[in-house]
Design a protein around this ligand. Structure first.
Ligand SMILES: Cc1cc2nc3c(=O)[nH]c(=O)nc-3n(C[C@H](O)[C@H](O)[C@H](O)COP(=O)(O)OP(=O)(O)OC[C@H]3O[C@@H](n4cnc5c(N)ncnc54)[C@H](O)[C@@H]3O)c2cc1C
Length: 266
């Protein structure tokens, strides 16, 4: 590690001002610190959001839930509101990395980072969530913009994410066994505007699949997607899995997620 300045933010506005001056936000550090150790990124100043209690916690908001950006994965996995109302999201958070990653990593850091194999982006997109920042609200459909790219401006800070209630939701992940990230992860949600299917791990970033969504809108059952074609021409292929295998996994994980969601009743 090299030398850098470390400061604790005293408010969101102060953090934003420091970021505008070139500092980088530190949340759980589970991605950022590893990138710094490898010199993939070399910020001169880190501004730590950890002491801002206004950014952490989970509460009800009308017919939805608001999860603060600094809420740790373990809290999302075990919180009673999330396990009862959005069980798919609680399951997703409980399957991230290992205990240390879940104890430290935050939903805001994960969504801001938008790793193409991260779990949260699929939950946020499928559940039609809204990303709240210090300046505005961004619909999930507009937020994720490809490989590590989001709609965030360079000095914009995620403060919370709002999830509307869904009838049923579930996440099925086929893990990359060494990293535990998603080789393919599929989040399925029955929302008020229809079924949404968001896929992570298989491309340059999280994406929805129109064919799977229309089949499940017609018949919400694992059998409904048997004849859906998942085109592998734009999927990732690497030493862990070919694009064709990832296409196969997308259908299998979608069927698993639908089976789990049906088990939730409704
Ligand atoms: C061994 C290991 C296994 C993992 N397995 C998984 C897995 O299975 N699934 C999965 O999804 N993830 C996995 N992760 C990643 C983990 O979920 C991280 O916690 C997450 O990617 C980053 O969150 P963080 O809070 O640690 O953010 P940090 O590392 O602190 O920050 C990440 C980036 O986001 C920016 N940032 C942070 N907070 C905000 C904010 N509020 N507003 C704007 N920008 C912000 C930072 O400046 C930085 O650029 C794993 C990580 C490790 C080390």
């Amino acid at each position: 590690m090299y030398q850098f300045e470390y400061a604790r933010a005293e408010s969101v506005d102060q953090a934003a001002a420091r970021v505008a001056d070139g500092a980088q936000l530190l949340a759980g550090g589970q991605t950022l610190l590893a990138s710094m150790k490898q010199r993939l990124t070399q910020p001169e100043t880190l501004i730590d959001l950890g002491a801002l209690s206004s950014l952490a916690g989970i509460c009800e908001d009308g017919d939805g839930l608001i999860i603060g950006a600094m809420t740790r994965h373990q809290e999302v996995a075990t919180n009673a509101l999330v396990t009862q109302k959005l069980p798919g999201l609680a399951h997703l958070a409980g399957g991230i990395g290992d205990k240390q990653v879940r104890a430290m990593g935050t939903i805001g850091g994960s969504v801001a980072n938008n790793d193409p194999a991260a779990c949260y982006p699929s939950g946020v997109l499928a559940l039609n969530a809204t990303i709240k920042t210090n300046r505005r609200e961004i619909a999930a459909d507009d937020f994720f913009q490809g490989l590590y790219a989001t709609a965030l401006e360079p000095d914009e800070i995620i403060t919370a994410i709002r999830f509307p209630m869904t009838k049923r939701s579930a996440y099925a992940k086929f893990k990359q066994p060494a990293s535990r990230y998603a080789l393919v992860g599929v989040f399925v949600a029955q929302t008020s505007s229809g079924v949404r299917v968001a896929i992570t791990g298989a491309g340059n970033g999280v994406f929805r699949h129109e064919g799977l969504e229309s089949a499940l809108n017609a018949d919400f059952s694992p059998a409904a997607i048997k004849s859906v074609v998942v085109d592998d021409s734009e999927l990732s292929g690497d030493l862990h899995a070919s694009a064709a295998y990832r296409a196969h996994l997308i259908k299998i994980q979608t069927q698993k997620a639908v089976t789990t969601a049906l088990g939730q009743g409704g």
